[in-house]
Design a protein around this ligand. Structure first.
Ligand code: TPP
Ligand code: MG
Length: 230
C-alpha cells in the first residue's frame, strides 16, 4: 500500500507535462530544503500540496499552516514572525494567486527587515478551491472565481524583491536554484495547471465528469439560484 502511494507521488512529482503540476514544484522545493528552513502555507490547495509532497527533515515546528479559520493571506505576514523567531533560518512561503494578493504589501517589510524568504506562488489564474466547488456542486457554475493573472514576479520587482516567473516545467529547477542562492527575498510566480487539486475526492469527481448534489451541512440550506446577470 505504502509502495503504491509512493509510486503515485513519484509519478506526479516528476511529471514534465505543461502546464506545470504542483507536485513537481513541491519536489523541486523539497530537494533544496535545509533541515532548519521553515515552510509556511497559505490557506487553500497550497496546504495539501505541501503536506503531501514535502517531507519534514527534522522534528519540530517548521511547517506552519493557516489552520483554524484557514484565512487567505496568512503566509507572507507569518513569514515575518517566523524570521523573527528563527533569524538564522530561511523561510519559504507557498500561496495560491488569490491568497497571495491579500497581504502582498508585507513583502516590502520582508525587504525592510532583510529576511531570507522565498515566496512561491502557485498561480492557476483562479480561486481554485471555490471554482472546483462550484463546478462540482453547483451545476458547473463559474461565478466570481476567475482572476486577471497578475505577474507577481513583476510586482515583486516593484516592491524590492527578486521576481522569477516560471511558465514551463523545464525552467523550474533552474529557477529554484536561482531563488535558493539569492541573498534578497524572492517571489517565484509559477504558472500551474488550473485543474490540479490535492483533494482526492475532487480529483475523483472531476474525472467522473458530472455534477453532484450539494453536500449536506448541519443546517438547512436555502435553495440556490443562478445570478440573472450570468
Ligand atoms: C480571508 C479569506 N477569504 C476567503 C476565503 C475563502 N476561500 C477559501 S479557498 C479560496 C480560494 C483561494 O484561491 P487561491 O489563493 O488562488 O488558491 P487556489 O485555491 O487556487 O489554490 C477562498 C476565496 C478564505 N479562506 N479566507
Ligand atoms: Mg489560485
Amino acid at each position: 500500500m505504502k509502495a503504491v502511494a509512493q509510486r503515485e507521488r513519484d509519478e506526479l512529482e516528476t511529471s514534465d507535462v505543461s502546464p506545470i503540476q504542483p507536485p513537481r514544484v513541491m519536489r523541486e522545493l523539497a530537494a533544496r530544503l535545509e533541515p532548519d528552513d521553515v515552510v509556511i502555507s497559505d490557506a487553500s490547495f497550497s496546504a495539501g500540496w505541501i503536506a503531501t509532497h514535502v517531507p519534514a527533515k527534522k522534528a519540530g515546528r517548521r511547517f506552519i499552516y493557516a489552520r483554524g479559520q484557514g484565512g487567505l493571506g496568512y503566509a507572507v505576514p507569518a513569514a515575518l514572525g517566523a524570521a523573527a523567531a528563527l533569524p538564522d533560518s530561511r523561510v519559504i512561503t507557498v500561496s495560491g494567486d488569490g491568497g497571495f494578493g491579500y497581504a502582498i504589501g508585507e513583502l516590502a517589510t520582508h525587504v525592510q527587515q532583510r529576511i531570507r524568504s522565498i515566496n512561491i506562488v502557485l498561480n492557476n489564474g483562479t480561486l481554485g478551491w471555490l471554482a472546483m466547488w462550484q463546478r462540482l456542486f453547483f451545476d458547473g457554475l463559474q461565478q466570481s472565481v476567475d482572476l486577471s493573472g497578475p505577474d507577481f514576479a513583476v510586482v515583486a520587482g516593484g516592491l524590492g524583491l527578486k521576481g522569477i516567473r516560471v511558465d514551463e516545467p523545464d525552467r523550474l529547477a533552474g529557477a529554484m536554484d536561482e531563488a535558493f542562492t539569492c541573498d534578497a527575498p524572492v517571489v517565484m510566480d509559477v504558472r500551474i495547471d488550473p485543474d490540479a487539486t490535492p483533494i482526492h475526492s475532487y480529483r475523483r469527481r472531476l474525472a467522473e465528469g458530472r455534477t453532484y448534489p450539494r453536500p449536506g451541512t448541519v443546517y438547512q440550506l436555502p435553495p440556490w439560484r443562478r445570478s440573472p446577470s450570468l
